[in-house]
Design a protein around this ligand. Structure first.
Ligand SMILES: [Zn+2]
Ligand SMILES: [Zn+2]
Length: 437
């Protein structure tokens, strides 16, 4: 407040500090979803920063290599100015990006990894350089089923599968944190030793890499393995000092780190976000794939990125391979415009939850019946949420879509105000939702 401090580096809450004479706000990695707080008061700190800068009449810089579609639209419509950095920090060339078509990729017997990838890892090691294998899936495998009766291993609190984590010998729910020990019998048929693990998780990759390259050193870079900031810094140090040959990482690895010896990136499953209905899925996938690819060749030349996919002709992957970012954004804006989705419309999600499913059902139906929105605001729902039960609460969702300049919040308040809220019901209002679970 007394102007002794000239620069403040802060998280979301720093926007609310009592500045004496604020002159500039920089929002780094502006596209990052973590600017959106998804619990408690739901707001997007990026938008708050823009608002704050506007009120104070000072500049606001949003920086990103993969801006959000909203920001790109603000550039196209000339609301924001754009400054481009056209060269990489060390002046290196961008990595060569190509796909490995998993529909017909050759595999060695007994291995689920394509021969091309195995060969690339060997070649990289021969040059004394590092490889990164990226898979955005924590744990050993995403699905565990009883081989005797076919019933899946579920969380008792949520409508979700439990994920096996071999490093702690436990099953874990990624939504509520519930755990149980991994030596368990099937809760349906009581048979033991018959639970089958299906699908790939990061621990399974680690196991396979160990089997194929026992002589190479490796590290698993995932929040389950690196739980403290000191564990993360020591892992980063080992990587930078070239003491690690293979890094096996989740999204945790994609953020801003600079690994001078890393020249090869294998993206093990690029299909996770290409075929889903969530309107932001392709934007997020594009951002993650770009960031992970960008880890390669930041200091050394001649780096390679290989993307394993069953959809090599997907437009998103094509723009990524050609490094035609604009093309991706333009396509995405065309789709959003023609389907009346943000940034061309406003969305608000209303999540209603209760431990009592009967009361939930009744209350949400009553809300649907008293729809009193004006013509330019549409009400969809209620529908069962994709995660229909979370931490023992049953959940139903409404989606409200308004034209760009409509005062959606006002009408939502008016609508919800018509009905008395039963004590067993919780309501969450999520403006500009980033996820639809
Ligand atoms: Zn069973
Ligand atoms: Zn759970």
């Amino acid at each position: 407040m007394n102007k002794k401090i000239k620069l403040i580096v802060g998280a979301r809450s720093s926007l609310f500090l009592p500045f004496a004479d604020l002159g500039l706000i920089v929002v780094d990695e502006e596209h990052d979803q973590s600017y959106k707080q998804d619990e408690g008061i739901i707001y997007n700190a990026r938008d708050m920063a823009i608002l704050r800068a506007k009120q104070l009449n000072v500049a606001c810089i949003l920086s990103s290599a993969t801006p959000s579609v909203e920001t790109f639209e603000n550039i196209v419509s000339k609301k924001f100015n754009r400054a481009s950095l056209n060269e990489r920090f060390h002046g290196t060339r961008l990595p060569n990006i190509s796909c490995i078509d998993m529909r017909n990729a050759e595999k060695e017997t007994n291995s689920f990894l394509p021969i091309e990838l195995i060969h690339d890892i060997k070649k990289t090691k021969e040059k004394n350089e590092q490889s990164l294998l990226f898979l955005n899936r924590r744990g050993y495998s995403p699905l565990s089923i009883c081989g005797n009766c076919g019933v899946r291993v579920d969380c008792p609190n949520c409508d979700a599968w439990l994920i096996l984590h071999k490093n702690i010998s436990k099953y874990k729910c990624h939504h509520c944190g519930y755990t149980e020990k991994s030596e368990r019998e099937c809760k349906n048929c009581q048979s033991s030793d018959k639970i089958i693990q299906t699908g790939l998780g990061i621990e399974k990759i680690d196991e396979e890499v160990n089997r194929l390259f026992p002589e190479m050193s490796r590290i698993v870079f995932s929040s389950d393995y690196l739980q403290s900031s000191s564990a993360i810094s020591s892992a980063l140090k080992q990587i930078k000092e070239n003491k690690v040959d293979i890094i096996i990482g989740t999204q945790l690895i994609s953020k801003g780190h600079n690994f001078p010896n890393l020249t090869y990136v294998g993206i093990l499953d690029a299909d996770f976000g290409l075929d889903v209905t969530d309107i932001r899925a392709s934007e997020r996938t594009f951002q993650i794939l770009n960031q992970v690819s960008g880890r390669a060749g930041r200091v050394k030349q001649d780096s390679n990125v290989k993307i394993m996919t069953h959809m090599p002709d997907h437009p998103l992957l094509k723009s990524l391979i050609k490094n035609h970012r604009e093309e991706f954004y333009e396509t995405e804006l065309t789709i959003r415009n023609s389907t009346h989705m943000p940034p061309f419309a406003r969305l608000v999600a209303i999540i209603i939850s209760s431990k009592n499913s009967g009361i939930l059902q009744e209350y949400s139906q009553k809300l649907a019946d008293i729809n009193n929105f004006p013509k330019n605001i549409e009400l969809f729902g209620p529908v069962e949420a994709p995660i229909s039960r979370l931490r023992k609460y049953h959940r139903r969702r409404f989606l409200i879509r308004g034209s760009k300049n409509s005062n959606v919040q006002f009408y939502i308040k008016r609508w919800l105000g018509l009905l008395k809220l039963p004590p067993q019901i919780r309501i969450t209002i999520d403006v500009d939702p980033q996820n639809f679970l």
